[in-house]
Design a protein around this ligand. Structure first.
Ligand SMILES: [Fe+2]
Length: 341
């Protein structure tokens, strides 16, 4: 199923092909006998939204003042980095190594920029998140080039994966915002038929502290091929029921870190820019509330990467310890974003 360019006017049109739920416009999708929901501009409370996310619901919200401010900031930085060249078409003018040399510092700067974190804080408060209970990790700027120009390292095109395979807590919520106009040919794909079905995968070989020491820090070294230890399906799986949800620039897609999702190969002829970050909720962590983990073998935890909205403090170590299981590696417990490139 594909939903294209859902703005408010378009969202109204969805009423007639979808289902009007009590809490927003809902679209029912079916794949392999399982029902999934996409709620558009839902008015669920924040806690009800989390609960629904943990059950596999996808949420799309049309642009808001705070999401526009975040995307405007990113676009300003992107334009500065590429100078006189149109960022959407810069890859046509630059050798891939040179392109990589531009987006490396750009991505780092966006992650480090205090205004990025301030904009995300404002956005999360606007979305009803409790600033005392909500923790977020560093924002990422994603650059997805077209025509297989750069699919490794800084432009890694994610194969189907669940974020929990990367040792994310089961209550992790992913937030994804396209900065510019994207089409069906450069979107994010979800594979909800695998929400409640295990996927044979390589996550048992993934350790978050080893990844902190090598995989994340070494992204820029991978230009032609990506030999990092990304957790991926270990055998071919049926992805024929994928869902692509395409919102306007500065729309927000929210989904559980347990959802199987992937990067759609970009055949649009333009480079795609997007922002993503993740949140976790302290009470849900403490109470072990979240999506059911059905096929995760990763070790360690990314919980230390998250900072509280109010004071940027880390989670209490006794809470982190609830999720810090299985690691025998001695890499950094917390990823050092200063080495993101
Ligand atoms: Fe992901």
């Amino acid at each position: 199923m594909v939903l294209a360019n859902l703005g408010r006017e378009d969202a109204l049109a969805v009423r007639f092909v979808g289902v009007q739920s009590r809490n927003g416009i809902g679209v029912e999708t079916k794949g392999r006998g399982r029902m999934s929901w996409i709620l558009i501009d839902s008015d669920l409370t924040e806690s009800a939204r989390r609960e629904s996310l943990y059950n596999g619901t996808l949420f799309l919200t049309t642009p808001t003042p705070a999401t526009k401010a975040l995307c405007d900031l990113a676009w300003e930085m992107i334009e500065d980095a590429f100078g006189d060249v149109d960022p959407h078409e810069a890859q046509d003018a630059l050798p891939v190594e040179e392109f990589s040399n531009v987006i490396g510092p750009l991505k780092t700067n966006f992650t480090h920029e205090a205004r990025s974190k301030e904009a995300i804080t404002a956005m999360l408060i606007e979305f009803g998140c409790d600033p005392e209970e909500t923790y977020f990790d560093i924002p990422r700027l994603r650059v997805v080039t077209h025509s297989n120009y750069l699919t490794a390292g800084l432009g890694y095109a994610y194969q189907p994966h669940r974020d929990i395979w990367y040792a994310a807590p089961p209550c992790q919520v992913n937030w994804w915002l396209p900065i510019n106009s994207i089409g069906l040919a450069s979107a994010l794909a979800f594979h909800p038929q695998w929400w409640s079905n295990p996927v044979p995968n390589t996550s048992s070989g993934f350790d978050t502290y080893e990844w902190n020491a090598t995989g994340r820090a070494d992204a820029a070294k991978h230009v032609k091929t990506d030999t990092r230890n990304h957790p991926v399906p270990s055998e071919e799986i049926d992805l024929s029921d994928d869902i692509r949800i395409v919102g306007q620039p500065a729309s927000t897609l929210m989904f559980s870190g347990a959802h199987l999702h992937s990067t759609v190969p970009n055949t649009s002829g333009r480079t795609r820019f997007s922002i993503d970050f993740r949140t976790i909720n302290l009470s849900d962590l403490v109470n072990r509330v979240g999506a059911v983990e059905i096929d995760d073998g990763s070790t360690g935890t990314t919980a230390r990467d998250f900072l509280r909205l109010t004071d940027r403090s880390q989670l209490p170590e006794d809470v982190v310890a609830l999720y810090d299981v299985g690691s025998t590696h001695s890499g950094p417990l917390v990823f050092d974003p200063s080495v993101v490139s």
